[in-house]
Ligand binder design. Sequence first.
Ligand SMILES: NC(=O)c1ccc[n+]([C@@H]2O[C@H](COP(=O)([O-])OP(=O)(O)OC[C@H]3O[C@@H](n4cnc5c(N)ncnc54)[C@H](OP(=O)(O)O)[C@@H]3O)[C@@H](O)[C@H]2O)c1
Length: 166
Amino acid sequence: MTENNNLSLIVAVADNWAIGKDNNLLWHISDDLKRFKALTTGHCIIMGRKTYESFPKRPLPNRRNIVITHGDGSGLEGCEVVHSVQEALEQCESDEQPFIIGGATVYRQFLPFVARIYLTKVFATFDADTFFPPIDTEEFREVSASEIFTDEKSGLRYQYMEYERV
Ligand SMILES: NC(=O)c1ccc[n+]([C@@H]2O[C@H](COP(=O)([O-])OP(=O)(O)OC[C@H]3O[C@@H](n4cnc5c(N)ncnc54)[C@H](OP(=O)(O)O)[C@@H]3O)[C@@H](O)[C@H]2O)c1
């Protein structure tokens, strides 16, 4: 299996590990979206077909959008289509920090290859149909935790966490 020593994963999760419902995000936190953009710009972003289709505007600009699907890619304009985890990893071998950006099926399959996790913790519980797998603390250790911020518009409290593979 191809390895990238700096393969990173970025996700925003609720207290109950919820990440989405009806192929949409569960909240809008402007600062978190800005941080996502700042971290991922210039890099490969690997995502599932459903996450790609959930973007109101696609592809996400100034990033190589790599989309995994069993299909032939018809209707997936503006991205690089791949058909397996291995193919996705090979596509970004030359990138010094590729990002796994979801959704749940993709997070689960790529976690074994991930070196670093950027996780935004949203301090609330949401009704959801898509969940992130709880982080195994024997596999990943916390290396940083920001202060707790409050989103002015939604009132949601959130915190930026970083984990590295042990
Ligand atoms: N909170 C967050 O940080 C965050 C981030 C990203 C997404 N989300 C949310 O997560 C939800 C979407 O996640 P999801 O798990 O339903 O879908 P997903 O992982 O985005 O996409 C699933 C699709 O990816 C393709 N796929 C996955 N593994 C594959 C493999 N090994 N080989 C070939 N194709 C593969 C399949 O596409 P085909 O059906 O075309 O074969 C599958 O149906 C949405 O609600 C979204 O808003 C949240």
